[in-house]
Ligand binder design. Sequence first.
Ligand SMILES: Cc1ncc(COP(=O)(O)O)c(C=O)c1O
Length: 360
Amino acid sequence: MTQRIFNFSAGPACLPESVLVEARDNLLSLGNTGIGILEHSHRGKAYLAVHERAIALCRELAGIPADYDVLFLQGGASLQFSMLPMNLLAAGRTADYLVTGVWSQKAVVEARRVGLVHEACSSADRNFSYIPTECRYSSAPQYVHFTSNNTIFGTQFAHDPVPPADVPLVCDASSDIFSRPLDIAKYGVIYAGAQKNLGPSGVTLVIIRKDLVAAGPKDLATMLQYRTHASENSLYNTPPTFGIYVLGLMLQWIKSQGGLAEVARHNAARAGKLYHYLDHSRLFRATAEPGSRSVMNVNFVTGKPELDEQFIAQATRTGLDGLKGHRSVGGMRASLYNAFPTEGVDALIGLMREFEAAHS
Ligand SMILES: Cc1ncc(COP(=O)(O)O)c(C=O)c1O
């Protein structure tokens, strides 16, 4: 087999080897069924057990209260940018959005197609390098939406924003879901594409309070109503069965690591090592402002684009892949999701030291 290398990709991203091996082993036969996981009917007993196990593990790991639905949808987090306001934002009402990066800007564009949007804060003035500390909410928002981790800019909310009383908080947690403990009761809705912390692309996890599901309009297209998926346990149509299967394996792996609190400790220590190095480097520096730094996506630059290019090329040659920053910011980005091995960060720091010695 080809040797595996360190994959710093922002998503789809690396998965634990044990998860990949188990998935591989079940491709030809799921357990002793004689039918591979890719081939099982979504109505059959074998797949339904996989489905229920994934939901149960979500509930267990995140402590999801009984008055919330756990949905497995398709269309990525990007479809949630539309589906959410379609279901939650009534005509003439305003939703407040915290604008902290490209993904929240995209969410605003879609919400504006449905209703009124008030931008409660924005960090666009310094190229989204920080998380604003203050929000100015509109007088009666129907919900408040924020992006907990800004994948492209490498910033993350250390603490969730506090919406006005009784206003549902909605979180796009695509790049940090299940990377730290969650207090689900604080949210009306929390959603994420699975392809960073929870498995492969193709499945979107939506955790939503049941009263918000019930209050949604009934004249939307069937597939766009949360109600449809909630009442059918995400089995109204064919769900992304393989994605849900791997998501379940990933949740089992998180559990085996000690759950969300332990994973959070591990993630913070791993990113902390890299930030520590960056703060003492004579060549490299982190781009996110202290206090707003992401534990999941660490962005850094040398200050000279041509040197950045050279570093990325050298890293790729030595088996450190996916370090090129997003095209809108340049530089480097090390994505360190749940499954990323600490040895990869050690290897990166080792290479940065060498590069620094040769170039600073
Ligand atoms: C924070 C955030 N929101 C939304 C998206 C869009 O997700 P998807 O590609 O699943 O639509 C991404 C993708 O990277 C993201 O990082």
